[in-house]
Design a protein around this ligand. Structure first.
Ligand SMILES: NC(=O)c1ccc[n+]([C@@H]2O[C@H](COP(=O)([O-])OP(=O)(O)OC[C@H]3O[C@@H](n4cnc5c(N)ncnc54)[C@H](O)[C@@H]3O)[C@@H](O)[C@H]2O)c1
Length: 435
């Protein structure tokens, strides 16, 4: 332990998502945790982070560029490296190097974006004996934990099939088409970047392993043709200075939001990262409409859809079991990542949970709701990461490399299925990587 027995953390990647962790370290968990360094390609964003740390009473910490990562570990001696970089494809190098240098890792989802990197992470965990925790905050959302309790308690018997649709709206969903996520090489497409959450939930709810994946996908909405239909003539590469901004429903005013301006616009000069690229650009190569079919080891079948241009944000899921059916739906508040609002809180009175036992009438159950980001999951996840006295969790929500691998490999298999037109076996992607 470090000063006064505190656990020492460094953080790599200081964009929108990073603040959930740094606020926790500087605030609620300051007696047990301390941040000892930052690493990012963008020195301006690291300066912003250091200012925020100081405003919250935490001392400023040394800042390192990516090529100084080894030096950072040697000089600051962290126990754990928190990986919150984007593009997601950058996670793997930091996860593996941190473990090789003797640190544990806490990484944002998706653990990685392709099968070669996934195998490398699994081999590095085995070789080093270090741990790689993947922060699947969606598991911790109270109604999703409640679903787990019902299914694990046998409420509908053995689960035979799952029908799952996740809807991203034209505000939050559109935002993925503005940034690095818009390139498959960066994010693994939304089938990895976003759906890793959803595939992890299903893997965990079923307590089973996905084996076989088939997928169709299309780009139906975020296209130049849609912009033309909307009469958006004179479009630019980005919102800033765009000739169509007065008519465009997708116009993002970076300068008009204090958080987005401070984090992104003011720091563009260092790395050319434009946070407001046009959602209708022809060079976007990810899909906005995806339909996936998955077969699980014990035989359950998953039918999953992801839509990225829905009029509302939320999801609907139904489990069909040998002793009945469980239906659950929720709407979430919409947001722009990094704009200073709480991301994806559950909309009150818009969460349903219905149990229909075999030969019986539907029973509307009272869903558990809590405030907080990502369906109320973020605060509970933070306790699971930072609180040394967190009680043992009967729902086993803490996830590591194995769960990280199985969830992102469903997405990787899905995009490979789109590319090949064939079903893809996850075993073939993982080869003999140690799980
Ligand atoms: N669990 C969730 O609900 C949730 C929500 C949002 C984001 N995320 C995840 O958090 C991660 C970060 O997302 P974000 O929205 O903060 O992205 P962002 O674009 O706001 O920030 C990414 C940061 O990484 C830095 N970076 C880029 N390449 C780097 C490199 N090679 N080395 C070091 N730093 C580098 C950027 O400069 C930037 O500061 C992503 O993996 C994303 O999937 C998770």
């Amino acid at each position: 332990m470090g000063q006064c027995g505190k656990k020492r953390y460094v953080q790599v990647g200081v964009g929108g998502r990073s603040s959930m962790y740094t606020k926790a370290i500087a605030g609620e968990y300051k007696e047990v945790a301390e941040l000892v360094a930052l690493c990012d390609i963008n020195p301006g964003r690291m300066e912003v982070k250091n200012r925020q740390l100081q405003e919250s009473g935490h001392p400023a910490v040394p800042m390192y560029a990516p090529d100084q990562f080894d030096r950072m570990i040697a000089e600051t001696k962290p126990h754990t490296v928190i990986v919150t970089t984007g593009p997601d494809a950058t996670h793997c190098d930091y996860i593996c190097r941190a473990m090789e240098l003797g640190c544990d890792v806490v990484t944002e989802k998706p653990m990685t974006t392709d099968d070669a990197r996934c195998r490398k992470i699994l081999q590095t965990v085995k070789k080093t004996g270090r741990s790689c925790q993947v922060t699947f905050n969606y598991r911790y959302s109270p109604p999703r934990s409640q679903v787990k309790e019902l299914l694990a308690g046998g409420a509908i018997g053995e689960i035979c099939s799952v029908d799952f649709a996740w809807l991203l709206d034209t505000r939050h969903g559109a935002d993925y088409f503005r940034r690095w996520h818009r390139k498959l090489a960066n994010s693994g497409s939304l089938l990895v970047h976003k759906s890793t959450h959803h595939f992890d939930l299903v893997n965990w709810w079923l307590d089973d392993v996905p084996e076989d994946v088939f997928c169709h996908a299309a780009k139906s909405y975020y296209t130049p043709a849609t912009a033309d239909r909307m009469g958006l003539a004179g479009r630019g590469e980005r919102c800033l200075g765009c000739g169509a901004k007065d008519k465009c429903r997708f116009y993002l005013d970076l300068a008009g939001n204090e958080h987005l301006k401070t984090l992104y616009l003011d720091n563009e000069k260092y790395d050319g990262y434009f946070r407001d690229r046009c959602v209708f650009s022809a060079d976007i190569d990810i899909w906005d409409t995806m339909s996936v079919s998955v077969r699980y080891r014990r035989g359950a079948l998953l039918s999953y859809q992801l839509h990225a241009f829905s009029p509302y944000e939320g999801y609907r899921i139904a489990f069909n079991g040998t002793k009945g059916r469980l239906e659950h739906s929720a709407c979430e508040n919409t947001y722009i990542n990094g704009d200073g609002t709480i991301p994806g809180e559950l909309s009150k009175n818009k969460v349903t949970l219905t149990l229909i036992p075999e030969f019986a009438s539907p029973q509307a159950l009272e869903p558990r709701i809590a405030a907080g980001g990502h369906g109320g999951g973020d605060p509970i996840l933070l306790a699971d990461i930072f609180d040394p006295n967190a009680p043992a969790d009967p729902l086993k929500r803490k996830a590591f490399h194995r769960e990280g691998a199985y969830s992102c490999m469903v997405g990787v298999a899905a995009y490979k299925s789109v590319q090949s037109g064939q079903a893809v076996r996850i075993d073939n992607l993982l080869a003999d990587a140690p799980l």
